[in-house]
Design a protein around this ligand. Sequence first.
Ligand code: ADP
Ligand code: ADP
Length: 231
Amino acid sequence: SAVIKLKNINKHYQMGSQVFKALDDVNIEIEENEYVAIIGPSGSGKSTLMNLLGCLDSPTSGEYYLKNSLVKDMTETELAQQRNKSVGFIFQSFNLLPRVTAHENVMQPLVYRFITASKRKAMALESLKRVGLEDKVNHLSSQLSGGQRQRVAIARALVTKPHILLGDEPTGNLDSKTTKDIMALFDQLHDEGHTIILVTHEQEIADHCQRVIRLVDGKVVNDSRKEVLHV
Ligand code: ADP
Ligand code: ADP
């Protein structure tokens, strides 16, 4: 069944006397282990949609079911749990703390949990291994390349073991070689069973995904699945 179900979702902003529809009656269902690209022109609502999916923001109206639970019925505590248990968020700008090590950045989502320090360290190390950064554990963010920083950001998103990974232009700041490496990492995570949803304006990345959802003016204007053979 669908891990994500959006029913008649609207996100409206009141701009003076005008209502601006950032999302306009959006209906999307995403099944477990899908690999989805969200595309569309600047201002079409992609980031707004991702923020809703990541439970960072709520819709003006409509229903969002995350793993069959209605998000608006969740308490703050449940929401906070879902936010990092079910969904991992990876941003274009990485959002890493610059003055701390890769290891500490990856441990950060675990800090407010009832997990011992040694367990936190072990979980972060395991996560850094999964993205191939075990030899950069003690490097500061400022000592890492763009691709390595994005790997740290992915490791941080993985550390809470979320099922769904959301990437908002996750390769937006990377050169084409590094973009390929990061996409190979997303492929690997997809093969391991994660559901992956990426916002992108790069055709190559959209082509790489198995389903492409196109937004224009806050509306879904195209939603197509395809058979993909990874070569
Ligand atoms: P995209 O990610 O596709 O570039 P966004 O989701 O960031 O688009 O924005 C969609 C539209 O919603 C834009 O026109 C933007 O100006 C508007 N918007 C986003 N956030 C706000 C806000 N907090 N208040 C008013 N308008 C907003
Ligand atoms: P990006 O496209 O890199 O994701 P943002 O999400 O920060 O950038 O902004 C996307 C669009 O939303 C921009 O056009 C910005 O002007 C607009 N926007 C963001 N926040 C607001 C806001 N509070 N009020 C009005 N417009 C906003």
